[in-house]
Write a protein that binds this ligand. Structure first.
Ligand SMILES: O=C1C[C@@](O)(C(=O)O)C[C@@H](O)[C@@H]1O
Length: 147
C-alpha cells in the first residue's frame, strides 16, 4: 500500500536558499521537494509537496487532506507561533500530522519556543535542516504502519 503524504510549507519557505542561509541552509525548497520525492519513492510513500504564504490556503489544504492523504507533514513557518486557526484545522481532521522545522526553534528567540501547532500534532521534529523532512517521512510511515 502506498500512502500519500501531504507536505505543507508555510510563509517565506519559498525563499529558502536565499533566506538567512546561516539558519536555514543553502538548499532551495525545490531541492527539498526532490529529496522528499526520492526518499518517499524508496520507502513506499508518495508525496504531495506544497508551499503557501497564505494562512487560509494552508487551512483549506489541511481541511481537504482526508480526501486524498493519509498524513500531513507541516512546516508552518512563522504561523507556528501565531496561528490558533492552523492548530484548529489540524484538530478538525482525522489525519495524523507531524510538525517540522529546519532550525531548532528552542535555541532561538524566546518567541519561537511556543508552538500552537505542537498542540495538534503527533510529534515534532526540529533542528536537522532539510534532513528533518526525511526524518518526518520516516516518522509518518511508522505512525501509519503501526496504527
Ligand atoms: O519561517 C520559519 C521557519 C521555521 O519554521 C523553520 O523551519 O525553522 C522556524 C520558524 O520560527 C520561522 O518563522
Amino acid at each position: 500500500m502506498t500512502y500519500n503524504i501531504l507536505i505543507l510549507n508555510g510563509p517565506n519557505l519559498n525563499m529558502l536558499g536565499l533566506r538567512e542561509p546561516e539558519i536555514y541552509g543553502r538548499q532551495t525548497l525545490d531541492d527539498i521537494r526532490a529529496l522528499c520525492e526520492s526518499h518517499a519513492e524508496s520507502h513506499g510513500l508518495a508525496v504531495d509537496f506544497r508551499q503557501s504564504n497564505h494562512e487560509g490556503e494552508l487551512i483549506d489544504w489541511i481541511q481537504q487532506a482526508p480526501k486524498a492523504h493519509a498524513g500531513i507533514i507541516l512546516n508552518p513557518g512563522g504561523y507556528t507561533h501565531t496561528s490558533v486557526a492552523i492548530m484548529d484545522a489540524l484538530r478538525a481532521v482525522d489525519v495524523p500530522a507531524i510538525e517540522l522545522h529546519l532550525s531548532n526553534i528552542h535555541r532561538r528567540e524566546p518567541f519561537r519556543r511556543h508552538s500552537y501547532v505542537a498542540q495538534a500534532v503527533r510529534g515534532s521534529i526540529c533542528g536537522f535542516g532539510a534532513h528533518g523532512y526525511l526524518l518526518a517521512l520516516d516518522g509518518m510511515r511508522a505512525l501509519l504502519t503501526e496504527d
